[in-house]
Ligand binder design. Structure first.
Ligand SMILES: [Zn+2]
Length: 411
């Protein structure tokens, strides 16, 4: 799936209608969740049946397109499945028991309840929520699509306005010319001092705006909390105008900073994919990064997963190999001789006592990651070097055994 996003500028009356549609979808979600909590063991079918009942019972639910109500039920199902999955896998800590939503920011339609204008520059919502016609603002063109390719339409509310997202069934490979192979492979190690170090000896710095954005965000956040009055909260009184102004300032700043970051991460990922045929990186998941405090300080978990997502996306799009390797001892091992060279986090240089190899700590790790990546991808094809064929190939390659043995000591 591919997401195309447009900005829209609804009139005040349309904003009311959109907010009403979002509230309805949240109502359905929370009601269905409540029903699941109160009726142990009910499954998918019962939840969808309950949704139908809600539509009969409440006119405002019936006013929302039936598929849009279904997607609200699907959201609950996803949350429930995730919770069960976490329990089954016995992940430590909280299992993510589904929660009620208070601030839903979107409503999702499927293939009905909306249509595009002839020029495909406008979308018209046709259900009883009366959102009506909205002009799609953006540089992307919908004309090249078949309407059947659009599987979902989402109306999304952000602090700077409203957006329409189209989930499109489209293979990104179809829209791109393949790149000329670069004849290069690279391993990257996400670091503390820089965004990453690569096996080719480059260090990618964390840009100035990254830290600057952090400072600005912290300041805006402080201003927001200064204006927050907990006594008012206790007395259930609304917060002051100035608080809401500060809150909006913070939200807008947040949006600007995160867009700027995403743009940068995207550029870096694209550059890596364009100039290499294989990119290897550590398979760090969010909890690894959160646990590893020095990484958490360097880049946020969100930045890393965004970066990885773009890397894998561009890899797929341009037909390059991306490979995630298990994060074990990549910084401790000597990339030249394989000897384990223990070091603390403050040791910035890898100095091997065994073979004398000296390299930046993170570049050494990146070389290990590349090597792991290459061996993970392995050999494909009919003559694969596997158990069944080892003797056969081994006989033919006997002349090279000595060099092969030498190499294996490196691995
Ligand atoms: Zn060594």
């Amino acid at each position: 799936m591919f997401v195309l996003e447009f900005k829209v500028k609804p009139k005040p009356i349309q904003i009311q209608a959109i907010d009403e549609a979002i509230r309805t979808s949240q109502f359905v979600r929370n009601k269905v969740l409540r029903y699941w909590m109160d009726n142990r063991g009910v499954g998918k079918t019962e939840l969808f049946r309950y949704n139908t009942r809600l539509r009969k019972e409440f006119k405002f639910v019936d006013d929302l397109n039936s598929h849009a109500c279904q997607t609200a039920v699907e959201r609950v199902l996803r949350a429930i499945n995730k919770f069960f999955d976490n329990c089954k896998r016995q992940i430590p800590g909280k299992k993510g028991y589904p929660k009620f939503k208070k601030n839903t920011r979107s409503v999702e339609y499927k293939v009905s309840g909306w249509k595009l204008s002839e020029s495909r520059k406008h979308i018209i919502f046709t259900d009883q929520k009366n959102i009506g016609r909205l002009k799609l603002i953006g540089t992307r063109d919908l004309l090249f699509l078949q309407i059947e390719q659009i599987k979902r339409v989402r109306i999304l509310k952000r602090s700077d306005g409203y957006y329409i997202q189209f989930s499109v069934k489209l293979d990104p490979r179809d829209t791109v010319k393949p790149l000329i192979p670069s004849q290069k492979a690279v391993g990257i190690d996400v670091g503390l001092k820089h965004f990453y170090a690569d096996s080719q000896g480059n260090l990618e710095p964390i840009p100035q705006f990254y830290r600057k954005g952090e400072k600005q965000l912290n300041r805006a956040n402080r201003q927001k909390s200064h204006k927050y009055d907990s006594n008012k909260k206790k007395a259930k009184l609304p917060q002051s105008k100035n608080y809401h102004k500060a809150r909006l300032r913070y939200a807008l700043k947040h949006l600007r900073v995160s867009r700027q970051r995403e743009e940068w991460l995207k550029t870096v990922a694209l550059r890596l994919i364009q100039s290499n045929d294989l990119v290897a990186y550590e398979d760090l998941n969010v909890s690894d990064i959160v646990r590893n405090r020095h990484l958490a300080k360097s880049i946020s978990d969100a930045a890393w997963s965004t970066f990885r997502r773009w890397l894998e996306y561009f890899g797929y799009k341009y037909g390059k190999v991306t490979v995630a390797v298990p994060a074990h001892y990549t910084s401790q091992k000597c990339s030249s001789c394989g000897q384990k060279v223990p070091k603390t986090l403050s040791t910035r240089t890898h100095i091997c006592f065994s073979c004398g190899y000296v390299e930046d700590r993170d570049i050494n790790a990146a070389i290990n990651i590349l090597r792991l990546g290459l061996s993970t991808v392995g050999q494909t094809g009919s003559q694969a070097w596997g158990e069944g064929t080892a003797t056969l190939v081994g006989a033919i390659l006997s002349g090279q055994v000595s060099s092969a043995n030498q190499e294996s000591s490196f691995l």
